[in-house]
Ligand binder design. Structure first.
Ligand code: 4AD
Ligand code: MG
Length: 481
């Protein structure tokens, strides 16, 4: 493979006054003399100085923004401000031109496009400074996740995408079938006959790998799954995707407190990794974030810059607050009393909406908050029942500007308690026979959680819409490319 611009910029001294070959796309072509070349390895462009003596005119006139180029020339220290080195081109080859008839469309001009327009332009989106920074940071976050777990003796378990289980019991699933949809076999009662379907049963895309990874935990101790998950919730918000990536660790012998400690260490590790390893991209994202804040009315502006916010989050302990305490705070808040909440809090047991979570994090505590011990009726069937008989050992980590970033719990490891709860909550025990077996044979206290990758990437990049931190977003009425 040829040298990348990132490699070249980090170690060029020995190559000064040597001829080198470099490849990339023209990000800009100024005064028919300076090409800003980018190859995706870094946000920084390499300046190419085109020497008219050596470069044939028919090549020069065909270079335009986005053309891919192979350039050979002398590497020199740059005279101009803004870059350390440049290449005086001796040979320029156009590897991929733009269709001339479409070249002049505004879409290829070096101007700012709105994020909405970019979402509709698959190729262009990836070659903007903004999105290449976002996706480099997303890569770093994923890498740090694997590194954190590897350093802590966790094993990466790949859990199935196609499954018969509804891990959350919420019914928000995309079905999977190989039936001819115009000719679905039905039995005498008019019900769909899934015996004849590919898997011989009703299946769907997974909403969470948790139940499978719990099974793996029974043998391997510390495990995690990290893969795509799918939810057919029709929520057209800036925080929901129909297809998102979830990271789910599961740890034998952990209780709720150890689970919260793990979640806090894990988040801080990843944010620290990004601060240390994505400096150029973060600097550019920080500037974008500042400009976006400036355009807002003063009362809506973020109090901290992006990098400042990340540094603050890793330096303080997250606030740990029980659901019962949180309800007290919310119920007695000025906002609640003055009717400012869309969903007023009137009693213990209410499900918290994002407006409540944001109030706690952004107004009341001004810190990430871990809420724990939720009422059993508003949480999933697998969460461990507490001594009080009313709450479960659940935890949600809430982040400023995001709301819920992690959801998890200590699991109900007692067979009979789990079985009774499933019956009350209408979860079919027979369907989950394999899961029940983990409680029948050598059951163990254990805990785990799920992190929504995109919500964390939103937080660390300072972007405001979850569609802008996943390369190919899937949302209601949107699966174009
Ligand atoms: O709170 P959730 O639904 O928890 C679970 O699925 C558990 N089985 C996880 C576990 O304990 N192993 O989802 C976990 C996280 C949320 O906190 C949120 O960050 C993210 O997944 N999430 C979504 N992200 C984007 N779009 C959606 N539609 C999401 N739904 C959940
Ligand atoms: Mg949740």
């Amino acid at each position: 493979m040829k040298t990348t611009i990132k490699e070249l910029l980090s170690d060029y001294k020995k190559l000064i006054h040597h001829d080198i070959t470099i490849q990339g796309w023209a990000r800009a072509f100024r005064s028919n003399r300076f090409i800003a070349l980018n190859d995706g390895s870094t946000i920084e462009n390499l300046q190419i100085v085109v020497d008219f003596e050596n470069i044939p005119e028919d090549i020069l006139k065909n270079i335009s923004v986005a053309s891919s180029l192979k350039i050979t020339g002398e590497l020199v220290e740059s005279q101009g401000a803004g870059q350390s080195i440049e290449i005086i081109a001796k040979k320029v080859e156009i590897l991929g031109d733009n269709f001339t008839e479409e070249r002049d469309k505004t879409i290829l001009q070096p101007k700012r496009h709105t994020l909405e327009i970019l979402r509709e332009q698959a190729h262009l989106r990836m070659r903007t400074n903004l999105f290449s920074s976002v996706f480099r940071v997303r890569h770093a976050v994923s890498f740090a996740i694997h590194q954190f777990f590897n350093q802590n003796q966790f094993f990466y378990i790949n859990t199935p995408i196609i499954t018969g289980a509804d891990a959350e019991g919420a019914g928000e699933m995309f079905g999977v079938t190989n039936f001819d949809l115009n000719n679905i076999p039905k039995n005498d009662d008019g019900e769909i006959n899934y015996d004849e379907d590919f898997f011989g049963k009703k299946t769907n895309l997974t909403v969470s790998g948790q139940l499978s990874v719990e099974t793996a935990m029974m043998g391997l101790g510390r495990v995690y799954t990290f893969g795509p998950t799918f939810r057919a919730e029709n929520s057209n918000t800036t925080r929901h995707l129909a297809e998102f990536w979830m990271v789910e660790p599961e740890v034998a012998f952990n209780n709720l407190e150890a689970n919260i400690d793990l979640a806090e260490d894990f988040l801080k590790y990843i944010i620290t990794y990004v601060l240390e390893n994505c400096k150029e991209d973060l600097k550019s994202l920080d500037e974008r974030f500042a400009a976006e804040q400036k355009a807002k009315p003063e009362k809506d502006r973020a109090k901290e810059g992006l990098i400042e916010k990340l540094e603050n989050v890793i330096s303080k302990r997250f606030k740990r607050v029980s659901y019962t305490e949180a309800i007290d705070i919310l119920m007695n808040s000025k906002e609640n009393k003055k009717g400012k909440f869309k969903f007023p809090i009137t009693e213990w047991g209410a499900d918290l909406q994002s407006e409540h979570e944001r109030f706690l994090v952004e107004k009341h505590f001004e810190s990430p908050v871990v809420l724990f011990d939720y009422p059993k009726d508003i949480k999933a069937f697998y969460m461990r029942l507490n001594e009080d008989g009313k709450t479960v050992a659940a935890m949600d980590v809430l982040f400023p500007g995001i709301g819920e970033i992690i959801g998890g719990s200590q699991r109900e490891e007692r067979y009979q308690v789990l079985k009774d709860k499933m019956e009350i909550m209408g979860v079919d025990e027979e369907e989950l026979w394999w899961y029940m077996d983990t409680r029948k044979f050598g059951s163990v206290p254990h805990a785990g959680f799920g992190l929504g990758l995109e919500r964390l990437v939103l937080f660390v990049t300072g972007m405001s819409n979850i569609r802008d931190v996943i390369p190919f977003p899937r949302t209601p009425k949107n699966a174009e490319f």
